[in-house]
Design a protein. Structure first.
Ligand SMILES: [Zn+2]
Length: 266
């Protein structure tokens, strides 16, 4: 029984370039939610073609209710909305899975690689882990590493794909768009689907040991908030320190302790 976990976001889906396109109720949202679904379906089909039996999809954007479940292949299961478990966008992953694929992912707050660059929400300027700007992809890849599951493929904006390659070049990527300032250049949505299907099929057959995201022994986390009062508030989290008007720091050896800090403070 081979099992794949897919964590799916929307901001790094082909063509998406404005917040309006990511919010339910806005004119163009249905179009891009459909493309998000197509990209997830492509990843599922790639895994099934590679001999996987089960795919668990976590709809991990905003409400967690974006993907059309009926469009997924029957081998796929989907977790919609939010459990409130600190695994957050990775909820449902455990060590019974053979690997993880990310679709629709986007660059971090504090980078110039996506017009929608942000980390978990829009209340911070940046999140740093051990001194490095942390994207949601870094946080979620560390969760995969903590559980002991490899990351096989990342689909999203070019800056994010280049970043994960710099950490582990064995992880496959599909760059569907490239952000510049407040805009982005995207490949055709059908080509994005084709490349995701082909790349995931190839990626999930790799040796998992080659595709592990490195897990440090200690974590020093800093969050720089847009508003001073969020840093004031976060400074009261047990073990956290307010280091300046807008920044809170937290140290831990156990990644789950970091996830709990992120869950309550970020
Ligand atoms: Zn999102």
């Amino acid at each position: 029984m081979k099992k794949l976990f897919i964590s799916a976001d929307l901001e790094g889906t082909a063509g998406v370039t404005h917040w309006d396109e990511t919010e339910q109720g806005k004119l163009l949202y249905p179009h891009f939610a459909r493309q998000m679904t197509r990209e997830v379906v492509a990843a599922c089909e790639g895994a099934l073609a590679a001999g996987y039996d089960d795919v668990l999809v976590k709809d991990a954007h905003d409400s967690g209710r974006n993907i059309d479940p009926g469009a997924l292949p029957m081998e796929a299961r989907i977790f919609r909305a939010w459990s409130r478990h600190p695994y957050s966008m990775m909820f449902g992953l455990d060590d019974s899975f053979d690997g993880v694929v990310f679709t629709g992912y986007h660059s971090a707050a504090g980078t110039n690689a996506s017009p929608l660059a942000h980390t978990m929400n829009r209340q911070n300027n940046w999140v740093k882990i051990n001194g490095e700007i942390a994207a949601e992809l870094m946080i979620n890849s560390l969760t995969a590493a903590y559980i002991g599951v490899p990351v096989y493929c990342v689909c999203g904006d070019k800056g994010l794909c280049e970043w994960i390659k710099s950490v582990n070049p064995n992880i496959e990527t599909v760059a569907v768009s490239e952000g510049t300032g407040n805009g982005s250049l995207s490949i055709h949505p059908d080509l994005a689907v084709k490349r995701i299907r082909e790349t995931v099929e190839k990626a999930v057959q790799k040796d998992g040991k080659d595709c592990m995201f490195p897990l440090p022994e200690h974590f020093h986390v800093e969050i720089n908030f847009r508003e001073h009062y969020r840093a004031y508030d976060g400074g009261f989290y047990p073990g956290a320190t307010q280091v300046d008007e807008k920044t809170v720091a937290f140290d831990a050896d156990d990644w789950l302790d970091v996830l709990k800090f992120i869950h309550w403070v970020l």
